[in-house]
Design a protein around this ligand. Structure first.
Ligand SMILES: [Zn+2]
Length: 137
């Protein structure tokens, strides 16, 4: 059995199961296949949703990933130049700055997702820094 995503001429989306592609073609040709929503027999296969995650070597997809990575790199470079690295002290330091125990300055460091959530709940502005694939090197 194969499943096809189908659409009728009134724009209803539905699914059909067929023994094989020939079965699908003969059912459509004989108008035996009806849209469950409106009964139209003018049914065709829905256009496939593009699957960019699959990345079958398309240069456009590569370009998009490169552009995203470049922006991520620029953000990191900017932060690293303009902020002080405080490592695991980040949640503590961020609170000190937020509650004005220390002068305002930009910092970056490490926080678990839970710690970051807690900070946000307290009204501290935290933003995740994008990880780059080549950080692992
Ligand atoms: Zn329909």
């Amino acid at each position: 059995m194969i499943r096809y995503a189908l659409t009728c001429d009134n724009g209803h989306d539905f699914e059909g199961w067929f023994a094989n592609n020939d079965a699908w073609e003969s059912q459509v040709a004989d108008a035996r296949l009806e849209c469950p929503a409106c009964g139209s027999v003018r049914v065709e296969k829905a256009p496939m949703a593009p699957n960019i995650a699959k990345g079958t070597g398309g240069t456009e997809t590569d370009g998009a990933f490169k552009a995203v990575r470049e922006v991520a790199r620029q953000v990191r470079t900017h932060v690293e130049k303009n902020a002080e690295y405080v490592g695991k002290q980040f949640p503590e330091e961020a609170r000190k700055i937020h509650y004005e125990e220390e002068g305002k300055r930009g910092i970056y460091g490490e926080a678990s997702p839970e710690e970051a959530d807690e900070l946000r709940e307290e009204g501290v502005e935290v933003y995740p820094l994008p990880n780059l694939p080549d950080d692992q090197n």
